[in-house]
Design a protein around this ligand. Structure first.
Ligand code: C2O
Ligand code: CU
Ligand code: CU
Length: 486
């Protein structure tokens, strides 16, 4: 594949160069007739690559009916090929089932812990209550125990791509990296529209597995642990047999414990339609983008008409994430204007949280305390901090009045990047690093800073914000916010 110009190559328009490889001026549309496979989440595909290449496949989908989805997730040692030293899995699969719900639904999850260690569950990005039977990340589910979570998804919840994973402080990196995660998709009427439904939709859940039995080193703590190879839905470099000349909608989740991952296809325009928190008010055309751990994006991809293999994305270490192998297929109806395919625009509402709404400003400083350099991961004194202190679940670091908007300046006093994540309340990123749309995870570059505005609306309660390099979170870079009724 063509070498990327670097993680943060310059963008040619106002989009932040920290996140987007290159923005494309205007839209390059493919000519003539539209051929695509019918919208199908699990179509059998022909492998056009050489012997041994694995086909792209997707996790099982569990869909809500009549406003309810009740599922049991069993966390247990995994039996699939994968992490050296033993994988973990939800329901025995390399990626847990995709939970497909709609705004206003009630999602019930019974989490069964068949691990030999405690765990719990977090619904990353869902705008649901962080307390009670909701998304309580302070809960502990002991080995052999179970817990019922009930998530009432608000009727005005944005459609988008979210995910779930364990959140038990101290073991998050190990459990997620070993394979405990899955996607949550919220769909609404826009997703039902003919032009949206006509596109082949693909979910890419990306991770680089590391066995639960592999002992973490102080280096893993410092830089974040990385596995050997990045997998797409549990498969290394799968081959995607797309129909040449069509449009596809890709939902991408970076579930890696540490690695930023780039998504691009040489010579192919990606149309960004949604970021973490849902759809954008205007579609952005890009050559590619980088997702840090925890981030998601949805892009519409113009599949080339030529039948040739193309490398998709990069794992940050020179390997592509997958291989795109367009094939000639059946034609179906994709909307066109004057013979060119139409990429939907104006799908979401514009996000703007004006400075005049801000009632309180805070600065949070991300730091590291190197400790005494002993050889033990948890024992070396290595700590990641926010405002000089490491996480303490008993302490409340920030108290907010519900219904207010705050502006947080996240200052990175270390030389390495830290993806900052807040639970329960999506935010808008302002200034030089502005992203379009609602976000819940944003990279704070080494020695840099990011400013976010957070409307603390819709729910109250006590939850956390943290670095989404999961070793940094486990080693202390997390704080507690308590949003109290006015
Ligand atoms: Cu995806 Cu608090 O985490
Ligand atoms: Cu989260
Ligand atoms: Cu970090």
């Amino acid at each position: 594949m063509a070498a990327h110009p670097g993680r943060f190559a310059s963008a040619s328009n106002s989009l932040s160069r920290r996140h987007f490889l290159t923005a494309v001026a205007g839209s390059v549309l493919l000519g003539a007739c539209a051929d695509t496979a019918p919208n199908n989440r699990a179509e059998p595909e022909t492998n056009t690559a050489g012997q041994g290449a694995a086909q792209f496949r997707q996790p099982e989908v569990l869909r809500s009916e009549n406003g309810r989805l009740d599922v049991t997730l069993t966390a247990a040692p995994g039996t699939f090929q994968g992490a050296i030293g033993g994988a973990l899995a939800y329901n025995g699969a390399p990626v847990g089932p995709t939970l497909l719900i709609r705004p206003g639904d009630r999602l019930g999850v019974t989490l069964r812990n068949d691990l030999d260690a405690p765990t719990n569950l977090h619904t990353h990005g869902l705008n649901v209550s962080p307390v009670g039977q909701g998304d309580d990340v302070f809960a502990t589910i002991g080995a052999g125990e179970e817990r019922s979570y009930v998530y009432d998804v608000p009727a005005d919840h944005p459609s988008g791509t979210f995910w779930y994973h364990p959140h038990l402080h101290g073991s998050v990196a190990a459990q997620v990296a070993a394979g405990l995660f899955g996607a949550i998709i919220v769909e609404d009427e826009v997703d039902d529209r003919a032009d949206m439904a006509a596109m082949t939709e693909r979910l890419f859940v990306l991770n680089d597995p590391i066995g639960i039995g592999r002992e973490a080193s102080p280096m893993d703590g410092m830089h974040g642990r990385t596995g050997e190879a990045v997998r797409v839905n549990g498969v290394v470099q799968p081959v995607i047999a797309s129909v040449a000349g069509g449009l596809e909608r890709w939902r991408v989740v970076n579930a890696s414990a540490t690695r930023p991952l780039s998504v691009s296809v040489p010579g192919v325009v990606l149309h960004l339609i949604a970021s973490d928190g849902g759809r954008l008010s205007s579609t952005r055309s890009l050559d590619g983008l980088v997702l840090v751990p925890g981030e998601r994006a949805e892009v519409i991809v113009e599949i080339p008409s030529a039948v040739e293999e193309l490398a998709i994305g990069s794992d940050g270490a020179g390997q592509p994430l997958a291989v795109l192998a367009p094939t000639v297929g059946q034609s179906t109806e994709l909307p066109t204007t004057g013979g060119t395919l139409e990429v939907p625009d104006g799908l979401g509402e514009s996000v703007s949280v004006g400075a005049e709404l801000v009632v309180r400003e805070r600065t949070l400083t991300l730091g590291v305390d190197m400790g005494m350099g002993s050889m033990m991961y948890g024992d070396s004194g290595l700590e990641f901090t926010i405002d000089g202190i490491a996480f303490d679940p008993q302490r409340t670091d920030i108290t907010v009045e519900a219904g207010t908007v705050e502006e947080w300046r996240i200052v990175n006093a270390t030389g390495m990047d830290h993806p900052f994540h807040l639970h329960a309340w999506p935010f808008s990123v302002v200034g030089d690093d502005a992203w379009p749309g609602w976000k819940d995870t944003v990279n704070v570059p080494g020695s840099g800073e990011v400013v976010i505005r957070i409307p603390f609306v819709g729910r109250t309660g006590r939850t956390v914000y943290h670095c989404h390099i999961l070793d940094h979170e486990d080693l202390g870079m997390m704080g507690v916010v308590d949003v109290q009724p006015a």
